[in-house]
Design a protein around this ligand. Structure first.
Ligand code: CA
Length: 398
C-alpha cells in the first residue's frame, strides 16, 4: 500500500489521529476544569450520581478550608473506564465533587400539607470568574412547569461558602405529591456583568424518600445542570445543542391547586366560604407568572347574591388571599347546591384567562364530596382542604 521505504510508518501514524474529539463544550464548562489538578484527573470526565446521605444528628464536621479536595466533602470515586459514548450523552460529565456541596433539611408537615425546605449553606463553590461570588438557591418541584413551583433564597454576597439559613415553604404539598415529585435545588451565581443568574450546580431529591413529619438533613454534592434529552436522531450531531438548559420539564396538565375553607355558621345562618390560597398555578402571562384572582359562584341561587370574587394578586403563582364570603340559607337547602370555584389570570385590556376550577356539590367525588358533605352535615365546624384545579370551564354567565 505505502511506499517501500520509511514512509509506511508515517502513514499509519497519520491515520491513527482521532479526528472526532467529542462534543464541543461551552467555554464556561471548559474553564471549570482549570482549577482542578487532581491525581485522578481522568475521572473528571465520567458522570456519577450524587451521593445521597442523611447526616447524623448534630453539626457536620467542618472540613479544613483551602484544598478543593478537602472542601468537597464526600470522597472522590475510584478511577474507572474511559469515557464511552453513552456516558457522554448523559450530560453531567463533570466530577460532582468539583462543584461543591449543599446542606439543607426537609420536613413534610403532613397535616398542614406543607413542605419546608431549609437551605443551610454551601461549601466549596466554584465561581464562574475569579473573585468573590454572590449566590442564591433556587428550588423547583419536578415534573411540572418550573416557574410554578419556583422559590428562591435571598442572595448572599461575596462568599464561596455562603450561609443562607432560610426556609422555603411549599404550601399545598401532599403525601401524594411526595410520591411523585422531585425537589431540584440549584445554586446560582448572580453577576453584575451578566443579565441572568448562572447555575453553578444543582441536585435533585426524590421526595418519596421523605417520611412525613420527620426532619431529615442532607449534605449533597452539586452536579452540573442536567441537559435536555435529545431525540435519538440528534445523538450523532452532538454539540452546543446538547447543552441547552432544561427549563420545561414534562409539564403535564397541572393547573395548580386551591385551599378552601368551608363552615356552616349557625349564628349567621349560612355558609362561610374561605378562599385562602393557591399553589403552583399555571403561568398565563408572557413573564412566566399570572395575576390570579378567584371567582366563586353558588348555583342555583336565584334572587340572592351568588357570585363573588377576590382581589387580584399580581405576578405570582402562589397567591395568598385569605378572603371569606357568605351565602345565607339553611344547611339542607345549601347542601343541594353546587359551589363553583374558578381561578383566573387578570389581564389588563383583554379577556381574563381561565387557569382552573373546582366544583363542590353532593355529586362530587373523593375529597371534594367529603369537604362539601362534612361542612354541611354539621354546624360551626370549619374544614380546610386543598383541591386540585381541573380544566372544566365553569359557565359563570357574566
Ligand atoms: Ca395577567
Amino acid at each position: 500500500m505505502a511506499g517501500a521505504r520509511g514512509e509506511k510508518v508515517t502513514m499509519q501514524e497519520h491515520m491513527a489521529i482521532n479526528v472526532s474529539p467529542g462534543p464541543i463544550r461551552p467555554i464556561r464548562q471548559i474553564s471549570d476544569y482549570f482549577p482542578h489538578f487532581y491525581p485522578f484527573a481522568p475521572a473528571l470526565l465520567r458522570p456519577r450520581p450524587a451521593p445521597l446521605r442523611a447526616l447524623p444528628s448534630g453539626p457536620a464536621p467542618e472540613p479544613a478550608s483551602g484544598s478543593p479536595l478537602e472542601e468537597a466533602g464526600p470522597p472522590a470515586k475510584p478511577p474507572g473506564l474511559p469515557l464511552g459514548p453513552e456516558q457522554e450523552q448523559d450530560g453531567d460529565s463533570d466530577d460532582s465533587t468539583a462543584l461543591g456541596s449543599l446542606e439543607f433539611t426537609l420536613l413534610l408537615d403532613q397535616q398542614n400539607c406543607v413542605l419546608h425546605c431549609t437551605i443551610h449553606r454551601a461549601k466549596g463553590l466554584k465561581p464562574l470568574d475569579s473573585g468573590s461570588i454572590d449566590t442564591f438557591v433556587k428550588a423547583n418541584l419536578l415534573p411540572g412547569m418550573s416557574k410554578a413551583s419556583q422559590l428562591r433564597t435571598r442572595t448572599v454576597r461575596a462568599s464561596r461558602g455562603p450561609h443562607w439559613d432560610e426556609t422555603l415553604t411549599y404550601h399545598g404539598f401532599t403525601c401524594q405529591d411526595a410520591g411523585r415529585k422531585t425537589l431540584r435545588l440549584c445554586v446560582c451565581e448572580e453577576s453584575r456583568l451578566r443579565r441572568r443568574a448562572e447555575p453553578l450546580g444543582e441536585l435533585r431529591v426524590p421526595l418519596k424518600k421523605l417520611a412525613p413529619n420527620l426532619t431529615r438533613s442532607f449534605d449533597i454534592c452539586l452536579e452540573k445542570r442536567r441537559l435536555s434529552k435529545r431525540p435519538r436522531s440528534l445523538d450523532t450531531a452532538r454539540g452546543m445543542a446538547l447543552y441547552e438548559e432544561e427549563e420545561v420539564e414534562a409539564a403535564g396538565e397541572e393547573r395548580g391547586r386551591i385551599l378552601l375553607s368551608l363552615c356552616y355558621s349557625s349564628q349567621r345562618g349560612g355558609l362561610l366560604v374561605g378562599v385562602l390560597r393557591c399553589a403552583h398555578l399555571a403561568p398565563m402571562d408572557a413573564n412566566g407568572y399570572s395575576d390570579p384572582f378567584v371567582r366563586i359562584f353558588l348555583r342555583p341561587n336565584a334572587g340572592k347574591k351568588s357570585k363573588y370574587k377576590t382581589t387580584v394578586r399580581k405576578k405570582t403563582l402562589n397567591p395568598e388571599f385569605n378572603e371569606e364570603f357568605f351565602y345565607a340559607g339553611q344547611r339542607e337547602e345549601l347542601a343541594q347546591k353546587t359551589l363553583l370555584v374558578s381561578v383566573w389570570d387578570y389581564d389588563l385590556g383583554t379577556a381574563n384567562d381561565f387557569i382552573g376550577g373546582v366544583q363542590l356539590s353532593i355529586n362530587s367525588t373523593g375529597e371534594k364530596l367529603r369537604h362539601w358533605r362534612e361542612c354541611l352535615a354539621r354546624s360551626d365546624r370549619r374544614l380546610e382542604l386543598w383541591h386540585p384545579l381541573d380544566g372544566a370551564h365553569p359557565q359563570l354567565g357574566d
